[in-house]
Design a protein around this ligand. Structure first.
Ligand SMILES: [Zn+2]
Length: 347
């Protein structure tokens, strides 16, 4: 594990990358064995090697933590993980919250400008708390790279629809005019107009009868027929206006999130849990999971590699050892930021 940076906010070397001032300072014991303790030569505080990472104060082996996260993004619910790994449900729950925070920080630290050409957006309906309170998960997908730039959980309102597009539009190359396709939901049109300086926008409306699609209507809303023809010619993935790529992503999300499995009894008890789970899965989907549609010779890329946001496939270990001392160490365990112990002053 890399050397930590000094977590003491009052120390002059706080936050200075791979600092010379950090030296090994004995060990500490956990149930999983000995771990290294470090000390700072400047402020003379000591701290755990895992400070600022998701493994902070972990009493189990780090691999167990990684396995729990992997099971969770594979759609296994917390009770099942707790039974399979013989770990208390509360521990699993706490670990997954931590893992989600790490994933969120990892994602936001690794986003960058993408060349958005074709965007598809859709919503998934689910429940939070009880079957009486439906919530929607809005998701957007850059079709070319299969990169999932944003997601919003909440009511099916204009505000949330706009937030989804706003979040996407923050990190796009203005050189490209995105070509957006969604279902027939009313709010997308104005949300697209408000969020993107220029865009093409179309709707694909499917009429279902007894779970079968009986009619597909394609409507060009913003942009001329000629512009759409050009956009479709340039597209490597679509031949007609379609929402198949986002529908495929929705299916992937459903399978990977225990809360969203159809006809389930384990829907999320509160929307924070659902959001955490989704953030974790989004990080996994974008940075960790090789996407079968992105196969180049022997290499299968992750969606983040395609637009150049990352050079390689990451692992959960990379995400969980990613240090976020500077950003929000406090958010995880506010009362345990720095251990009290100071080491003896040299005479
Ligand atoms: Zn220090």
């Amino acid at each position: 594990m890399k050397k930590p940076i000094c977590p003491n906010k009052e120390c002059p070397c706080h936050g200075k990358g791979e600092s010379e001032n950090i030296v090994p300072h004995g060990f500490y014991n956990t149930k999983a064995g000995k771990r290294r303790r470090f000390g700072c030569l400047v402020c003379r505080k000591t701290f755990w090697s895992t400070i600022g990472t998701a493994y902070y104060r972990l009493q189990h082996p780090r691999s167990t933590f990684d396995e729990v996260a992997a099971l969770s993004v594979d759609g296994v619910n917390k009770s099942a993980i707790s039974r399979v790994k013989s770990i208390a449900w509360n521990t699993v729950h706490r670990w997954l919250e931590r893992a989600a925070t790490s994933c969120q920080i990892f994602t936001s630290s690794n986003t960058g400008v993408i060349d958005l050409r074709e965007l598809q957006a859709d919503e998934i309906r689910t429940f939070v708390g009880s079957k009486k309170t439906p919530v929607w998960i809005f998701a957007a997908l850059d079709v070319w790279s299969r990169y999932w730039p944003a997601t919003v959980v909440g009511k099916r309102s204009f505000k949330n629809t706009q937030e989804l597009f706003r979040n996407v539009s923050l990190d796009v190359n203005p050189q490209y005019v995105p070509f957006i396709v969604t279902d027939g939901f009313d709010f997308y049109e104005n949300a697209a107009r408000n969020s993107f300086a220029k865009c093409l926008y179309a709707q694909v409306i499917k009429t279902r009868r007894k779970d079968r699609i009986v009619k597909v209507e394609r409507r060009m809303v913003i942009g001329s027929e000629f512009q759409f023809e050009q956009a479709l010619l340039e597209s490597e993935d679509s031949e007609t206006l379609n929402t198949s790529f986002i529908e495929r992503l929705n299916l992937t999300i459903r399978q990977a999130t225990a809360y969203l499995t159809r006809r389930t009894i384990c829907f999320a008890r509160c929307s924070d849990y659902l959001e955490n789970q989704l953030e974790m899965f989004r990080c996994y989907y974008n940075f960790l999971r090789p996407h079968r549609a992105l196969k180049f010779g022997n290499q299968i890329r992750t969606p983040a590699m395609q637009p150049g946001l990352s050079k390689r496939r990451f692992s959960f270990r990379d995400v969980f050892t990613f240090r976020f001392v500077l950003i929000i160490l406090v958010r995880i365990e506010s009362n345990l930021v720095i251990e009290k112990e100071s080491w003896p002053q040299a005479a």
